[in-house]
Design a protein around this ligand. Structure first.
Ligand code: GLU
Length: 547
């Protein structure tokens, strides 16, 4: 029996050849950069994955290239329900829309699909069949127990772990015997018959990590699993990225150690390898230490975090960009209003030693960004976020949309706008006191040096005899000054600092009593505007609460 006959015997229904498939998946127009995000639906998206998405998208879009999404679902035991939908949701939310992908209802966008690995079984089998027929792959019948015992002995003897050389027991099994075992239904995997030599090094150029020297692969890597006859990641990567004509593979640095396997696979088929960009680990500061960000320990490692908090998409992308390229921040200073896509991204400027992601920095970016938006834009963000995450608040802000917008407009649309909140979930903390529905049992922060009588005197006099909601700011302030003098408070702050004992308090104390009286807080934005927005009726109710 020949290898070709074995291949035919094992894959009788696979009639397409590699040459046929090459025709079905033609080369893309010369010079097109083709990138792909290729997640396995085995978990929810990590910030590191998002970083890869951003890099994928930028590389493709900055060159009029193609960015596609491929669902790598060959590990079906580990698949998590809803993971694919969530990935698509994130891409849509951040507007990284793939040019090619599976869309809902079984429809496909793009000519290089299916973009879902479990639907490409026959394509992989054509490639595997070819390798078997050339004697470059073989069925392996090692049982789990045998493999465990190989691993134990390798560990004990301090040898490299894996099926290679003398451990590759079925590598040279007579073809007839292999066929016989397959016929008898013995479980098997297909392994690559590696031709590499571990003592020979090859050079590999990674666009982010630079030139690396690595030993050749000599492991008979599994290329097809026994359970579902689907390929392993290594083999699927070769087939898909070759046929889909990927030019740049952007993936996590955990894959660097697999490069020798991929190098050998591409060489075996005589295919050109794509370029590789291995993305660095995302790090975070933890006290004095810097460590890898962890899905288990750090809520911000999951992409769900940013949506739950209601960060604008701009802020999250911007924070990623600052860690993706070291010169991004400098560019941003010179181009404050440009879309991030105008920045000339270069994988060479990615830090290979890890990317430090800092939530404080994200918050700063976000506060800055939000402070420059129009109140109506902030309202829309708040509305969208609260609809999903705080329904009660959503009803409240929509009860009088104009009132809410005016609140959001306090100290906005001016040269130095206020920078209070970084994300929507914290907006309520800054504006709650403007809503009677939330102002039910406030803790008043009056200065303890004033008695209840002092407080009542200021509030009653002010609101009964002075306050007029139609006053302009100067009149408003002059009136307060006037009243302060009459009630025995110092209006000259310099004077007051020198002789604090001479008067009951200062004009600042007067305005603070008013501020606390109507908001309960000793610090708020512009009191003049707050009073104007609250209006007579609300103020009256609040004064009644104090009685
Ligand atoms: N499915 C692999 C992963 O999720 C993809 C790696 C790659 O991009 O090639 O890690």
């Amino acid at each position: 029996m020949t290898n070709k006959e074995l291949a035919e015997f094992m894959f009788p229904n696979i009639t397409k050849t590699i040459a046929d498939l090459e025709k079905e998946y033609p080369e893309r127009p010369e010079g097109t950069i083709v990138t792909r995000y290729a997640p396995s639906p085995t978990g929810f998206m990590h910030i590191g994955n998002f970083y890869q998405v951003v890099v994928n998208y930028l590389l493709a879009k900055q060159s009029d290239g193609v960015f596609f999404l491929r669902n790598e679902d060959t590990d079906q035991k580990r698949e998590i329900e809803g993971a694919v939908e969530y990935i698509m949701h994130v891409l849509e939310h951040y507007k990284f829309i793939p040019d090619e992908c599976e869309i809902k209802n079984g429809e496909t966008r793009g000519n290089y699909g299916p973009y879902i690995q479990s639907e490409r079984k026959e394509i992989y089998h054509a490639f595997i069949k070819h390798l078997i027929s050339e004697g470059k792959a073989y069925p392996c019948f090692l049982t789990q127990e045998e493999m465990d015992s190989i691993r134990e002995s390798q560990t004990r003897d301090k040898r490299r772990i894996g099926i290679y050389g003398r451990y590759a027991k079925y590598r040279n099994l007579p073809i007839e015997e292999a066929a016989e075992r397959v016929k008898n239904g013995e479980p098997f995997v297909i392994r690559l018959k590696s031709e590499g030599n571990f003592n020979t090094k090859f050079k590999f150029e990674d666009l982010a990590f630079g030139t690396m020297e690595m030993p050749e692969n000599d492991i008979d890597t599994v290329i097809m699993k026994s359970s579902n006859q689907l390929p392993t990641y290594h083999f699927a990567h070769l087939v898909d990225d070759h046929l889909m004509r990927t030019t740049h593979v952007i993936r996590g640095q955990e894959w660097v150690s697999s490069v020798p396997t991929h190098y050998e696979l591409f060489k075996m088929f005589g295919f050109k390898m794509p370029k590789y960009v291995h993305t660095p680990l995302i790090l975070k500061k933890d006290g004095d230490k810097i460590r890898k960000i962890s899905k288990r320990l750090d809520p911000e490692a999951r992409m769900t975090y940013y949506e739950e908090k209601g960060y604008p998409i701009y802020s999250v992308i911007e924070a990623i960009m600052t860690i993706a390229n070291s010169n991004y921040e400098q560019w941003r200073e010179g181009h404050p209003d440009a879309p991030f896509t105008e920045f000339e991204f270069s994988p060479k400027k990615m830090s290979a030693s890890g990317a430090l992601f800092d939530l404080d920095k994200l918050d700063n970016i976000s506060k800055n960004y939000l402070s420059k938006l129009k109140a109506t834009e902030v309202f829309d963000l708040l509305d969208t976020w609260s609809k999903e995450y705080d329904k009660e608040f959503n009803e409240l802000i929509n009860k009088d949309k104009e009132y809410t917008t005016n609140i959001l407009n306090i100290e906005r649309e001016q040269k130095k706008p206020r920078k209070d909140y970084a994300y929507m979930a914290e907006v309520k903390n800054y504006i709650w006191y403007m809503y009677d529905e939330l102002f039910t049992n406030p803790e008043y922060q009056f200065d303890e040096k004033f008695s209840k009588d002092d407080i009542n005197e200021v509030l009653n006099t002010y609101f009964e005899s002075y306050y007029d909601e139609n006053d302009d700011k100067d009149t408003w302030f002059n009136k307060m000054k006037d009243m302060a003098e009459k009630l025995g408070y110092e209006t000259n702050m310099k004077e007051y600092k020198e002789h604090p004992e001479a008067k009951k308090g200062s004009i600042a104390d007067v305005s603070n009593i008013i501020r606390v009286g109507v908001t309960s807080l000793s610090q708020t934005p512009d009191l003049y505007i707050i009073l104007k927005l609250l209006g007579k009726d609300r103020i009256k109710n609040r004064l009644d609460m104090l009685k």
